[in-house]
Design a protein around this ligand. Structure first.
Ligand code: PLP
Length: 355
């Protein structure tokens, strides 16, 4: 979801943004009008997340998945003839696994720990980094399996890198703990098309000579995300979302709302005779709540879940199917989902008759 207020504001400005006589979709990305928009988006993000001065903010394209390549390319890859570098990845689900798989092309990947043994229902204990690690990668919130790192791994001098696509700006986060944070915009920040990267500036410039120019953080940093045409519309909507967050009270208020919403939903599922949440209690995500029918027989379980989806959709409760790779059910309750939306789902779960 995006906040209704943001959509309405964008709608009212769709033909004429801030009195400029043009839509953001029509602006040159090099115009003063657009530069004001991207600078404002960055300033708002820095304010909300307390991004330290020595970190660079980039607005890129290619989604979170392009970061699966850019991270190892820029932080670990080497020139021909040089010894390959190492990196540690923690396997906490589909996205974390895909990131590790892609990184193997550029660095020697060690899977430091995995929660695959219990279908990714928990966060494994992270080992210390290897001495030669060029970085250490985690997926902060596991969108598909609904788990979250409540305690970050201690990586010492090795930069901690995190995919925060599905939780950035859902609660306060200490940016200093990370060398690099990336997030596709479309989960919690704005419309698809933009990927945020927050990188400790001293980590810029590590890409080997053969790196495609569009995939170099240092080039995008030098050009202030205007090396080529950025996703202008997406950046504009993100700036409206950032304003909305600030106006409501920033990340402490987001966290309060998100905790309240998640608590109500998990409680309903724990007490439900029909459904149960799948993530272990101490690792439960505030953003993604996967659940399944308690029925043990797989065929009957699938039938209950499918009827739940149909009846929920008829009641106006949509997008409740689990990820296609995980099955089951899932409620994603990002920042813009109001408590009323969660309350409606809770009520529906309580009243659902499995027959
Ligand atoms: C959705 C998601 C992705 C994939 O994002 P794209 O922007 O589609 O590439 C990667 N990681 C996480 C944690 C996600 O939730």
């Amino acid at each position: 979801m995006l906040p209704l207020e943001v959509l309405k504001a964008a709608g009212s400005e769709i033909t004429c943004a801030h009195g400029t006589g043009q839509s953001v979709m029509e602006m040159s990305h090099r115009s003063r009008d657009f530069i004001k928009i991207i600078e404002r988006a960055e300033a708002l993000l820095r304010e909300i997340l307390s991004v330290p001065e020595d970190y660079t903010v980039l607005f890129l394209q290619g989604g979170a998945m392009l970061q699966f390549s850019m991270v190892p390319l820029n932080l670990g890859a080497v020139n021909a003839g040089e010894a390959r570098k190492k990196a540690t990845y923690i396997d906490t689900g589909v996205w974390a696994g895909k990131a590790a798989e892609e990184a193997k092309k550029y660095v020697d990947v060690r899977i430091g720990a995995s929660s695959k043994d219990k279908n990714y229902s928990y966060i494994p204990a992270p080992p210390p980094p290897q001495n030669e690690d060029s970085f250490y990668h985690i997926c902060l919130n596991n969108t598909i399996f609904g788990t979250v790192w409540n305690e970050l791994p201690e990586t010492g001098a090795v930069p901690l890198v995190s995919d925060a696509s599905s939780c950035l700006l859902s609660e306060p986060l200490d940016v200093r703990r990370f060398g690099l944070i990336y997030a596709g915009a479309q989960k919690n920040l704005g419309p698809a098309g933009c990927t945020l990267v927050i990188i400790r500036s001293e980590l810029l410039g590590g890409a080997p000579d053969w790196t495609p120019v569009m995939l170099r953080y240092d080039i995008h940093a030098k050009e202030k995300s205007l090396f080529n045409t950025p996703p202008c519309w997406s950046i504009y909507i993100m700036s409206l979302v950032f304003e909305w967050i600030l106006k409501l009270g920033g990340l402490p208020e987001m966290a309060k709302r998100n905790r309240e919403k998640a608590a109500a939903l998990y409680e309903a599922l724990e007490n439900s005779p029909v459904f149960r949440p799948t993530a272990e209690k101490q690792f439960r995500s505030l953003m993604n709540v996967p659940f399944v029918a308690r029925e043990e027989n797989a065929e009957k379980r699938a039938a209950i879940e499918s009827r739940f989806l149909n009846e929920a959709a008829a009641a106006g409760l949509i997008n409740l199917a689990g990820h296609r790779l995980a099955g089951g059910l899932r409620a994603s309750i990002y920042n813009a989902m109001p408590i009323e939306g969660v309350a409606a789902l809770v009520k529906f779960i309580k009243n659902f008759d499995p027959k």
